[in-house]
Design a protein around this ligand. Structure first.
Ligand SMILES: Cc1ncc(COP(=O)(O)O)c(C=O)c1O
Length: 407
Protein backbone atom coordinates (compact mmCIF):
# COMPACT_ATOMS: atom_id res chain seq x y z
CA UNK A 1 0.00 0.00 0.00
CA UNK A 2 1.43 3.39 -0.94
CA UNK A 3 1.53 6.25 1.55
CA UNK A 4 0.90 9.86 0.52
CA UNK A 5 0.09 13.19 2.16
CA UNK A 6 -3.62 13.31 2.84
CA UNK A 7 -6.28 15.95 3.29
CA UNK A 8 -8.43 16.17 6.40
CA UNK A 9 -11.44 14.43 4.86
CA UNK A 10 -9.23 11.52 3.92
CA UNK A 11 -7.67 11.58 7.38
CA UNK A 12 -11.10 11.07 8.95
CA UNK A 13 -11.89 8.25 6.52
CA UNK A 14 -8.54 6.64 7.28
CA UNK A 15 -9.11 7.07 11.02
CA UNK A 16 -12.42 5.26 10.75
CA UNK A 17 -11.05 2.57 8.49
CA UNK A 18 -7.53 1.79 9.64
CA UNK A 19 -7.56 2.69 13.32
CA UNK A 20 -9.65 0.21 15.31
CA UNK A 21 -12.73 1.92 16.71
CA UNK A 22 -14.25 1.54 20.16
CA UNK A 23 -17.67 3.11 19.54
CA UNK A 24 -19.88 3.69 16.48
CA UNK A 25 -19.74 7.44 17.15
CA UNK A 26 -16.26 8.77 18.03
CA UNK A 27 -15.98 12.55 18.47
CA UNK A 28 -13.35 12.49 15.69
CA UNK A 29 -11.82 15.94 16.28
CA UNK A 30 -8.54 16.16 14.39
CA UNK A 31 -5.95 17.38 16.86
CA UNK A 32 -3.04 19.61 15.87
CA UNK A 33 -1.81 20.78 19.27
CA UNK A 34 -2.52 21.23 22.97
CA UNK A 35 -1.17 23.57 25.62
CA UNK A 36 -2.22 24.31 29.20
CA UNK A 37 -6.01 23.93 29.41
CA UNK A 38 -6.57 24.09 25.64
CA UNK A 39 -6.64 21.63 22.74
CA UNK A 40 -6.41 22.85 19.13
CA UNK A 41 -7.96 21.23 16.05
CA UNK A 42 -7.22 21.19 12.35
CA UNK A 43 -9.98 23.73 11.64
CA UNK A 44 -8.17 26.29 13.79
CA UNK A 45 -10.52 25.99 16.76
CA UNK A 46 -9.30 26.03 20.34
CA UNK A 47 -11.22 24.03 22.92
CA UNK A 48 -11.21 24.56 26.67
CA UNK A 49 -10.49 21.14 28.16
CA UNK A 50 -12.63 20.17 31.17
CA UNK A 51 -11.67 16.50 30.81
CA UNK A 52 -7.85 16.35 30.77
CA UNK A 53 -7.65 13.18 28.69
CA UNK A 54 -10.06 11.53 31.16
CA UNK A 55 -8.24 12.57 34.35
CA UNK A 56 -4.80 11.93 32.87
CA UNK A 57 -3.34 15.37 32.13
CA UNK A 58 -3.04 16.40 35.76
CA UNK A 59 -0.72 19.32 34.88
CA UNK A 60 -2.54 20.29 31.70
CA UNK A 61 -1.10 19.86 28.25
CA UNK A 62 2.62 20.14 27.55
CA UNK A 63 3.59 21.31 31.02
CA UNK A 64 7.10 22.82 30.63
CA UNK A 65 8.62 20.81 33.51
CA UNK A 66 7.27 17.57 32.09
CA UNK A 67 8.42 18.37 28.55
CA UNK A 68 11.88 19.32 29.85
CA UNK A 69 12.26 16.08 31.81
CA UNK A 70 11.16 13.99 28.82
CA UNK A 71 13.56 15.76 26.45
CA UNK A 72 16.48 15.37 28.86
CA UNK A 73 15.78 11.68 29.25
CA UNK A 74 15.37 11.19 25.47
CA UNK A 75 18.85 12.62 25.02
CA UNK A 76 20.30 10.23 27.64
CA UNK A 77 18.66 6.87 26.86
CA UNK A 78 15.31 5.26 26.09
CA UNK A 79 14.45 1.56 26.52
CA UNK A 80 17.51 -0.47 27.48
CA UNK A 81 16.20 -3.57 29.24
CA UNK A 82 13.07 -5.33 30.51
CA UNK A 83 11.60 -4.24 33.85
CA UNK A 84 13.65 -4.85 36.94
CA UNK A 85 17.11 -5.81 35.68
CA UNK A 86 19.12 -2.60 35.27
CA UNK A 87 19.33 0.38 37.61
CA UNK A 88 17.75 3.34 35.81
CA UNK A 89 17.64 6.49 37.89
CA UNK A 90 14.26 7.88 36.71
CA UNK A 91 12.41 4.77 37.95
CA UNK A 92 14.44 4.56 41.18
CA UNK A 93 13.94 8.25 42.00
CA UNK A 94 10.25 8.06 41.17
CA UNK A 95 9.54 5.02 43.34
CA UNK A 96 11.61 6.49 46.20
CA UNK A 97 9.74 9.80 46.04
CA UNK A 98 6.42 7.94 45.99
CA UNK A 99 7.44 5.98 49.08
CA UNK A 100 8.29 9.21 50.91
CA UNK A 101 4.81 10.59 50.14
CA UNK A 102 2.84 7.47 51.05
CA UNK A 103 2.01 6.27 54.57
CA UNK A 104 3.65 3.12 55.94
CA UNK A 105 3.73 0.33 54.94
CA UNK A 106 3.21 1.43 51.29
CA UNK A 107 6.82 1.56 50.23
CA UNK A 108 7.59 -0.48 47.13
CA UNK A 109 6.19 0.23 43.67
CA UNK A 110 5.96 -1.95 40.58
CA UNK A 111 5.76 0.26 37.46
CA UNK A 112 3.52 -0.94 34.63
CA UNK A 113 2.38 0.40 31.26
CA UNK A 114 -1.25 1.09 32.11
CA UNK A 115 -3.78 1.11 34.90
CA UNK A 116 -5.37 -2.13 33.83
CA UNK A 117 -2.01 -3.89 34.03
CA UNK A 118 -1.54 -2.52 37.54
CA UNK A 119 -4.89 -4.06 38.47
CA UNK A 120 -3.68 -7.39 37.08
CA UNK A 121 -0.48 -7.20 39.12
CA UNK A 122 -2.31 -6.26 42.33
CA UNK A 123 -4.75 -9.16 41.99
CA UNK A 124 -1.92 -11.60 41.31
CA UNK A 125 -0.02 -10.31 44.32
CA UNK A 126 -3.07 -10.75 46.59
CA UNK A 127 -3.66 -14.32 45.36
CA UNK A 128 -0.02 -15.24 45.82
CA UNK A 129 0.27 -13.69 49.29
CA UNK A 130 -2.94 -15.13 50.75
CA UNK A 131 -2.94 -18.41 48.86
CA UNK A 132 -6.66 -17.74 48.30
CA UNK A 133 -8.54 -17.14 45.06
CA UNK A 134 -11.66 -15.13 45.86
CA UNK A 135 -11.69 -11.48 44.84
CA UNK A 136 -14.52 -9.24 45.97
CA UNK A 137 -15.29 -6.10 43.99
CA UNK A 138 -18.15 -3.60 43.91
CA UNK A 139 -21.16 -3.33 41.65
CA UNK A 140 -20.50 -0.81 38.87
CA UNK A 141 -16.77 -0.89 39.55
CA UNK A 142 -14.22 -0.25 36.81
CA UNK A 143 -10.60 -1.34 37.17
CA UNK A 144 -9.51 -1.77 33.56
CA UNK A 145 -10.32 -3.80 30.50
CA UNK A 146 -8.00 -6.78 30.20
CA UNK A 147 -9.56 -10.11 31.11
CA UNK A 148 -8.40 -10.09 34.74
CA UNK A 149 -9.35 -6.45 35.32
CA UNK A 150 -12.62 -6.98 33.47
CA UNK A 151 -13.40 -9.89 35.79
CA UNK A 152 -13.68 -7.38 38.65
CA UNK A 153 -15.70 -4.90 36.59
CA UNK A 154 -19.15 -4.70 38.15
CA UNK A 155 -21.14 -4.11 34.98
CA UNK A 156 -22.40 -7.32 33.37
CA UNK A 157 -23.66 -5.74 30.13
CA UNK A 158 -20.07 -4.95 29.06
CA UNK A 159 -18.59 -8.31 30.19
CA UNK A 160 -21.05 -10.87 28.93
CA UNK A 161 -19.54 -11.15 25.45
CA UNK A 162 -16.10 -11.96 26.86
CA UNK A 163 -16.92 -14.73 29.33
CA UNK A 164 -15.53 -16.95 30.75
CA UNK A 165 -13.41 -14.55 32.77
CA UNK A 166 -11.39 -15.37 35.91
CA UNK A 167 -13.45 -17.44 38.36
CA UNK A 168 -14.22 -16.73 42.02
CA UNK A 169 -14.98 -13.04 41.63
CA UNK A 170 -17.89 -11.72 43.71
CA UNK A 171 -19.65 -8.38 43.86
CA UNK A 172 -21.10 -6.34 46.69
CA UNK A 173 -22.91 -2.99 46.57
CA UNK A 174 -20.53 -0.07 47.24
CA UNK A 175 -21.28 1.70 50.54
CA UNK A 176 -23.41 -1.20 51.79
CA UNK A 177 -22.20 -2.21 55.24
CA UNK A 178 -24.58 -5.16 55.49
CA UNK A 179 -22.78 -7.04 52.74
CA UNK A 180 -19.37 -6.83 54.42
CA UNK A 181 -19.95 -10.26 55.96
CA UNK A 182 -19.53 -11.64 52.43
CA UNK A 183 -15.83 -10.95 52.94
CA UNK A 184 -14.60 -14.14 54.61
CA UNK A 185 -11.51 -16.25 55.23
CA UNK A 186 -11.86 -17.40 51.62
CA UNK A 187 -11.29 -13.87 50.33
CA UNK A 188 -7.86 -13.02 48.95
CA UNK A 189 -8.66 -9.35 48.44
CA UNK A 190 -11.34 -6.72 48.28
CA UNK A 191 -10.75 -4.30 45.43
CA UNK A 192 -12.53 -0.95 45.41
CA UNK A 193 -12.15 2.40 43.72
CA UNK A 194 -11.63 4.94 46.51
CA UNK A 195 -14.26 7.07 44.75
CA UNK A 196 -16.27 5.07 42.22
CA UNK A 197 -15.66 6.61 38.78
CA UNK A 198 -17.71 4.96 36.03
CA UNK A 199 -20.57 4.43 38.47
CA UNK A 200 -21.07 8.20 38.78
CA UNK A 201 -18.34 9.62 41.04
CA UNK A 202 -19.69 8.05 44.21
CA UNK A 203 -17.82 8.84 47.41
CA UNK A 204 -17.56 6.35 50.27
CA UNK A 205 -20.06 7.27 53.01
CA UNK A 206 -20.18 6.73 56.78
CA UNK A 207 -16.62 5.46 57.16
CA UNK A 208 -17.35 2.71 54.64
CA UNK A 209 -13.70 2.23 53.69
CA UNK A 210 -12.65 2.01 57.36
CA UNK A 211 -15.30 -0.65 57.90
CA UNK A 212 -14.09 -2.61 54.85
CA UNK A 213 -10.54 -2.30 56.22
CA UNK A 214 -11.62 -3.65 59.61
CA UNK A 215 -13.45 -6.59 58.04
CA UNK A 216 -10.42 -7.40 55.84
CA UNK A 217 -8.20 -7.39 58.94
CA UNK A 218 -10.62 -9.71 60.72
CA UNK A 219 -10.53 -12.37 57.99
CA UNK A 220 -6.98 -11.89 56.69
CA UNK A 221 -7.99 -10.48 53.30
CA UNK A 222 -6.04 -7.70 51.59
CA UNK A 223 -7.58 -4.34 50.76
CA UNK A 224 -6.70 -3.00 47.30
CA UNK A 225 -7.72 0.59 46.58
CA UNK A 226 -7.83 1.74 42.98
CA UNK A 227 -6.49 5.31 42.95
CA UNK A 228 -6.13 5.51 39.19
CA UNK A 229 -8.63 8.35 38.96
CA UNK A 230 -8.75 9.72 42.48
CA UNK A 231 -4.97 9.83 42.89
CA UNK A 232 -2.35 12.43 42.05
CA UNK A 233 -4.01 15.38 43.69
CA UNK A 234 -7.37 15.26 41.96
CA UNK A 235 -9.41 15.06 45.17
CA UNK A 236 -7.53 17.57 47.33
CA UNK A 237 -4.98 15.16 48.80
CA UNK A 238 -2.19 13.40 46.90
CA UNK A 239 -4.16 10.14 47.11
CA UNK A 240 -7.91 9.87 47.53
CA UNK A 241 -7.73 7.38 50.41
CA UNK A 242 -6.01 10.05 52.53
CA UNK A 243 -9.43 11.75 52.75
CA UNK A 244 -11.00 8.74 54.46
CA UNK A 245 -8.56 7.78 57.24
CA UNK A 246 -7.75 4.36 55.86
CA UNK A 247 -4.56 2.69 54.63
CA UNK A 248 -4.91 -0.08 52.04
CA UNK A 249 -2.49 -2.99 51.58
CA UNK A 250 -2.06 -2.24 47.89
CA UNK A 251 -2.83 0.86 45.84
CA UNK A 252 -3.23 0.92 42.09
CA UNK A 253 -2.23 4.15 40.37
CA UNK A 254 -1.93 5.55 36.84
CA UNK A 255 -3.55 8.23 34.69
CA UNK A 256 -2.58 11.58 36.35
CA UNK A 257 0.72 10.04 37.46
CA UNK A 258 2.18 10.29 33.97
CA UNK A 259 1.57 13.98 33.20
CA UNK A 260 0.26 12.91 29.78
CA UNK A 261 2.33 9.77 29.27
CA UNK A 262 1.02 6.18 29.51
CA UNK A 263 1.66 4.56 32.87
CA UNK A 264 0.31 2.49 35.73
CA UNK A 265 1.77 1.12 38.95
CA UNK A 266 0.89 -0.75 42.10
CA UNK A 267 2.40 -0.08 45.50
CA UNK A 268 2.50 -2.28 48.61
CA UNK A 269 4.82 -3.05 51.50
CA UNK A 270 8.27 -4.36 50.60
CA UNK A 271 7.41 -7.63 52.32
CA UNK A 272 4.30 -8.08 50.17
CA UNK A 273 5.93 -6.99 46.92
CA UNK A 274 8.86 -9.38 47.46
CA UNK A 275 6.37 -12.18 46.78
CA UNK A 276 6.68 -11.42 43.07
CA UNK A 277 10.41 -12.07 42.91
CA UNK A 278 10.55 -15.65 44.13
CA UNK A 279 8.73 -18.97 44.10
CA UNK A 280 8.19 -18.62 41.21
CA UNK A 281 10.61 -15.88 40.28
CA UNK A 282 9.38 -13.41 37.65
CA UNK A 283 5.92 -13.39 39.28
CA UNK A 284 4.99 -10.41 37.13
CA UNK A 285 6.92 -9.35 34.06
CA UNK A 286 6.79 -6.50 31.59
CA UNK A 287 9.15 -5.33 28.87
CA UNK A 288 8.42 -1.62 29.02
CA UNK A 289 7.20 -1.08 32.62
CA UNK A 290 9.46 1.50 34.32
CA UNK A 291 10.44 2.94 30.92
CA UNK A 292 12.97 5.71 31.61
CA UNK A 293 11.22 8.40 29.54
CA UNK A 294 7.85 7.65 31.13
CA UNK A 295 9.39 7.49 34.61
CA UNK A 296 11.10 10.86 34.00
CA UNK A 297 7.74 12.33 33.02
CA UNK A 298 6.10 10.86 36.15
CA UNK A 299 8.89 12.15 38.37
CA UNK A 300 8.60 15.70 36.99
CA UNK A 301 4.81 15.51 37.37
CA UNK A 302 4.99 14.32 40.97
CA UNK A 303 7.62 16.93 41.91
CA UNK A 304 5.55 19.71 40.33
CA UNK A 305 2.31 18.53 41.93
CA UNK A 306 3.79 18.35 45.40
CA UNK A 307 5.94 21.49 45.35
CA UNK A 308 3.23 24.16 45.03
CA UNK A 309 -0.37 24.71 46.08
CA UNK A 310 -2.00 22.85 43.16
CA UNK A 311 -3.36 20.01 45.27
CA UNK A 312 -4.81 22.26 48.00
CA UNK A 313 -6.26 24.53 45.32
CA UNK A 314 -8.43 21.71 43.90
CA UNK A 315 -10.83 22.16 46.81
CA UNK A 316 -11.09 25.95 46.17
CA UNK A 317 -11.71 25.17 42.50
CA UNK A 318 -14.35 22.57 43.40
CA UNK A 319 -16.18 25.23 45.44
CA UNK A 320 -16.00 27.63 42.51
CA UNK A 321 -17.54 25.00 40.18
CA UNK A 322 -20.26 24.29 42.73
CA UNK A 323 -21.05 27.99 43.17
CA UNK A 324 -21.26 28.61 39.42
CA UNK A 325 -23.10 25.50 38.27
CA UNK A 326 -26.44 26.20 39.87
CA UNK A 327 -29.32 25.43 37.51
CA UNK A 328 -32.68 23.62 37.95
CA UNK A 329 -31.63 21.00 35.38
CA UNK A 330 -28.54 20.06 37.42
CA UNK A 331 -29.96 17.68 40.02
CA UNK A 332 -26.73 17.05 41.87
CA UNK A 333 -22.99 17.59 41.60
CA UNK A 334 -21.16 14.47 42.77
CA UNK A 335 -17.53 13.90 43.53
CA UNK A 336 -14.68 15.70 45.22
CA UNK A 337 -12.02 18.23 44.23
CA UNK A 338 -11.63 18.24 40.46
CA UNK A 339 -13.33 14.87 40.02
CA UNK A 340 -16.87 16.15 39.58
CA UNK A 341 -19.97 14.85 37.81
CA UNK A 342 -23.10 16.79 36.95
CA UNK A 343 -26.15 14.58 37.37
CA UNK A 344 -29.19 15.30 35.17
CA UNK A 345 -32.69 13.86 35.11
CA UNK A 346 -31.92 11.73 32.08
CA UNK A 347 -29.37 10.68 29.50
CA UNK A 348 -30.82 12.96 26.82
CA UNK A 349 -29.97 16.12 28.75
CA UNK A 350 -26.49 14.81 29.55
CA UNK A 351 -25.88 14.09 25.84
CA UNK A 352 -27.15 17.54 24.88
CA UNK A 353 -24.81 19.23 27.38
CA UNK A 354 -21.76 17.31 26.15
CA UNK A 355 -22.39 17.71 22.42
CA UNK A 356 -23.62 21.32 22.51
CA UNK A 357 -20.73 22.36 24.76
CA UNK A 358 -18.33 20.88 22.23
CA UNK A 359 -19.96 23.02 19.52
CA UNK A 360 -19.22 25.94 21.86
CA UNK A 361 -15.59 24.82 22.20
CA UNK A 362 -15.81 23.32 25.66
CA UNK A 363 -14.78 19.68 26.08
CA UNK A 364 -16.91 17.58 28.43
CA UNK A 365 -17.38 13.81 28.42
CA UNK A 366 -19.51 10.87 29.55
CA UNK A 367 -18.93 8.45 32.43
CA UNK A 368 -18.64 4.74 31.64
CA UNK A 369 -21.82 3.42 33.25
CA UNK A 370 -23.84 6.34 34.65
CA UNK A 371 -25.51 7.75 31.57
CA UNK A 372 -27.24 10.69 33.31
CA UNK A 373 -23.86 12.13 34.25
CA UNK A 374 -21.48 14.61 32.66
CA UNK A 375 -17.86 14.37 33.70
CA UNK A 376 -15.83 17.42 34.76
CA UNK A 377 -12.19 16.47 35.40
CA UNK A 378 -10.07 19.39 34.17
CA UNK A 379 -6.31 19.72 34.54
CA UNK A 380 -5.43 20.65 38.12
CA UNK A 381 -3.66 23.67 36.63
CA UNK A 382 -6.92 25.14 35.30
CA UNK A 383 -7.34 28.81 36.24
CA UNK A 384 -10.36 30.37 37.93
CA UNK A 385 -11.02 32.42 34.77
CA UNK A 386 -11.04 29.26 32.69
CA UNK A 387 -13.46 27.62 35.14
CA UNK A 388 -15.77 30.65 34.87
CA UNK A 389 -15.53 30.62 31.08
CA UNK A 390 -16.41 26.91 30.82
CA UNK A 391 -19.27 27.12 33.33
CA UNK A 392 -20.78 30.01 31.33
CA UNK A 393 -20.90 27.66 28.32
CA UNK A 394 -22.58 24.90 30.37
CA UNK A 395 -25.24 27.29 31.68
CA UNK A 396 -25.83 28.59 28.15
CA UNK A 397 -26.40 25.10 26.71
CA UNK A 398 -28.77 24.31 29.59
CA UNK A 399 -30.79 27.44 28.79
CA UNK A 400 -30.77 26.34 25.17
CA UNK A 401 -32.19 22.93 26.22
CA UNK A 402 -34.89 24.62 28.32
CA UNK A 403 -35.94 26.97 25.53
CA UNK A 404 -36.34 24.03 23.13
CA UNK A 405 -38.18 21.87 25.60
CA UNK A 406 -40.84 24.22 27.00
CA UNK A 407 -44.28 22.62 26.69
C1 LIG B 1 -10.60 3.59 38.32
C2 LIG B 1 -9.88 3.07 37.11
N1 LIG B 1 -9.19 1.93 37.20
C3 LIG B 1 -8.50 1.44 36.14
C4 LIG B 1 -8.49 2.08 34.92
C5 LIG B 1 -7.74 1.50 33.77
O1 LIG B 1 -6.63 2.28 33.47
P1 LIG B 1 -5.98 2.25 32.00
O2 LIG B 1 -7.00 2.76 31.05
O3 LIG B 1 -4.75 3.09 32.12
O4 LIG B 1 -5.65 0.81 31.72
C6 LIG B 1 -9.22 3.27 34.80
C7 LIG B 1 -9.28 3.96 33.50
O5 LIG B 1 -10.22 4.65 33.17
C8 LIG B 1 -9.92 3.78 35.91
O6 LIG B 1 -10.62 4.92 35.82
Amino acid sequence: MSYCVITSIEMKEDFLRYQAQTTPHPLAMEITGAEGSYIFDKKGNSYLDFIAGVSANSLGHKHPEVVKAIKQQLDAYMHVMVYGEYIQSPAVELTKLLASLLPDPLETTYLTNSGTEATEGAIKLAKKHTNRTQIIAANNAYHGNTQGAMSVMGFEERKQAFRPLIPDTHFIPFNDERSLNEITTKTAAVILETIQGGAGFIEPQNDYLKKVRARCNQVGALLILDEIQSGFGRTGTLFGFQNYDVIPDIIIIGKGMGGGMPVGAFTASKMLMDQLKDNPKLGHITTFGGHPVIAASCLATLKTLTSGSLINDTIKKELLFRSLLIHPLIKEIRGKGLMLALIFENEEIANHVILKSLENHLILFWLLFEKKAVRITPPLTISEDEIRKGCTVILKVLEDWESKNVN
